[in-house]
Design a protein around this ligand. Structure first.
Ligand SMILES: [Zn+2]
Length: 276
């Protein structure tokens, strides 16, 4: 699943490799997918996008906003998409959920695994969208200070029952963070996913803040997770500390076997001894 580091890297690559290309043909896709989220008919995509020029790409949390000049943004990412750039004459996936052919005979395809965004929006629609909305503070920016992180906690009532997992990836959520990086962040901060957000000490909040920044920055520096791919179908080199393959393996800190549990609509992986 594309999260903030992958969205940053894909947007960066799009700016290097797609910027200025002219769209010759847009096809909404040749293979239906139940969880490919479109917001226009195939005809509207084709008519709106043909002849437009690709502008800048910008990460928007776990999504990517790819501008098609002058007034529309393609909203990609936020799910399990594979977004690939193809040179003219090279093989493309047989089944795709989205296709742009450019006038220089290169093309961009999107295939959706699990779910994915393939929406075409005006700037105003992006701002008004409940899942997108205005930009928020990026956890790897200088504005994501310990004080800003404290401010997120300060909005919670003392009796608020939400867990750290819910707090970090749902409400209020850290911009662009999902279940993929959550496990390593909580492991580094020595905190359990079910730990109540309101019960963190200042020291624990600081450790969590540092773990968020360190983990996501390291992921950007290493080209994203090794299970995610760039525009040229190359995987990243960030190896997760905790994932499905860690279950039953010894914790690197204390040797206790790593456990998994189903929690809030997804698996969590943790050390039952050193994550409290
Ligand atoms: Zn441990």
């Amino acid at each position: 699943m594309i999260e903030l580091p992958e969205a940053i890297l894909l947007a960066r690559q799009m700016n290097q490799e797609l910027h200025g290309k002219q769209i010759a043909i847009c096809e909404r896709g040749n293979s239906p997918h139940k969880f490919a989220f479109y917001n226009h008919t195939p005809e509207e995509y084709a008519r709106t996008l043909a002849g437009r020029t690709i502008g800048t790409a910008l990460e928007h949390g776990g999504c990517i906003l790819l501008r098609t000049e002058p007034d529309y943004q393609l909203v990609l990412g936020g799910g399990g998409e594979r977004i690939l750039l193809h040179q003219g004459g090279s093989a493309r996936p047989a089944k795709v959920q989205f296709l742009l052919e450019f006038s220089d005979s290169t093309s961009l395809t999107v295939t959706v695994q699990m779910w994915g965004n393939l929406q075409l929006m005006t700037d105003a629609e992006v701002l008004a969208d409940q899942h997108l909305g205005p930009r928020r503070v990026s956890p790897i920016s200088a504005d994501f200070t310990p004080e800003y992180f404290d401010y997120l906690f300060s909005a919670l009532d003392k009796a608020d029952p939400r867990s750290l997992k819910y707090f970090l990836i749902s409400q209020p959520g850290v911009w662009g963070l999902g279940n993929g990086y959550l496990q390593d962040i909580l492991y580094r901060a020595r905190l359990h996913p079910r730990h109540k957000a309101t019960s963190l000490s200042k020291h624990e909040r600081r450790a969590l803040h540092k773990a968020i920044r360190d983990t996501l920055q390291q992921a950007v520096d290493q080209g994203g997770r090794d299970t995610e791919y760039d525009l040229h179908n190359r995987p990243g080199s960030y190896h997760r500390i905790l994932d499905a393959s860690s279950v039953g393996m010894p914790c690197r800190r204390c040797g206790t076997p790593i456990q998994k549990a189903s929690f809030l609509g997804g698996m969590v992986y943790f050390c039952p001894h050193c994550q409290t």
